[in-house]
Write a protein that binds this ligand. Structure first.
Ligand code: AMP
Length: 262
């Protein structure tokens, strides 16, 4: 299509709003200058869309709405944003950082790489392939990366599947706690992604550990799959939502804006 505008929408754009104290690693800044090593954040298109929808759908009061979005899918990440602007997000230089995912390890002491590489006689690249493709809940459970399989196995008494689910939820709970601290509070928490939209027991178990924030979940409202809905009770101190992500729509909107088509 000659003469037509070409638009690239980067999945890292949302994370560009982070402040240096949030995006820099605790290493010599010469590595940032030489190799652009910093935290970028991925799933940015989804986090941007869902945090915006949370403000609109949740009718959050005008101003600096503090929103945590839990994008829980095969890849999983969490973001904190104020007024739609990213404050922090759990993926880093690559999508490997942060939550335990389907096949990715998430946060780890980097010395684990050295220990596995030396112990198994592998290169750093080979260990990183393991951490990206052969880790996460799939490796912890020995069952699957798919939460439908994990829930089924756990219900049948498979202890490794139970452990994998627990480890996944534990880290989500920890990230929500740290992002609440980073923003000095939170007004709304939204679940999205294949797991966030469908797995109500993950949502229920995570929220059970957020009672210290005054969060109360209505089990009936939480029993939905793939629908835009408020799952917190009216007297919950923090609103909790399920909002299906729509990255295609977000990309289309950005394209219209950047190409000046509106
Ligand atoms: P995504 O990467 O966002 O497309 O999410 C895909 C993942 O969502 C799958 O690997 C499953 O783990 C999870 N998922 C999809 N449907 C369900 C469901 N009904 N219950 C639990 N998990 C689900």
């Amino acid at each position: 299509m000659p003469g037509k505008p070409n638009v690239a929408v980067f999945d890292t754009t949302f994370g560009m709003a982070m402040e240096p104290y949030a995006y820099l690693y605790g290493i010599d800044p010469k590595y940032y200058e030489k190799y652009s090593i910093r935290r970028y954040g991925f799933h940015g298109t989804s986090h941007m869309f869902v945090s915006g929808e949370t403000i609109k759908f949740g009718k959050l009061p005008e101003g600096n709405q503090r929103v945590i979005v839990c994008h829980l899918g095969n890849g999983a990440s969490i973001s904190a944003s104020i007024g739609g602007k990213c404050v922090d997000t759990s993926m880093g230089l690559t999508p490997l950082e942060g939550l335990i995912m389907g096949t990715r390890s998430g946060d780890m002491d980097p010395a684990v790489v050295q220990t596995i590489a030396n112990g198994e006689n592998l290169t750093v690249d080979e260990v990183l392939t393991i951490l990206n493709k052969k880790s996460g809940v799939a490796a912890l459970s020995g069952v699957s990366s798919d939460f439908r399989d994990l829930e089924e196995a756990a219900a049948e008494g498979n202890e490794r599947a139970q452990l994998a689910l627990k480890a996944f939820k534990y880290r989500v709970i920890k990230y929500i706690g740290s992002y609440t601290a980073a923003m000095n509070g939170v007004d709304a928490i939204t679940f999205t992604g294949g797991i966030g939209e469908n797995d109500f027991s993950v949502r229920a178990d995570v929220c059970k550990n957020l009672e210290y924030l005054g969060i109360k979940i209505d089990p009936e409202k939480n029993s939905v799959r793939g629908k835009k809905v408020q799952i917190s009770t009216e007297d919950s101190k923090v609103k909790v939502f399920v909002i299906p992500t729509n990255e295609e729509l977000a990309i289309a909107r950005e394209t219209v804006r950047v190409a000046g088509l509106a």
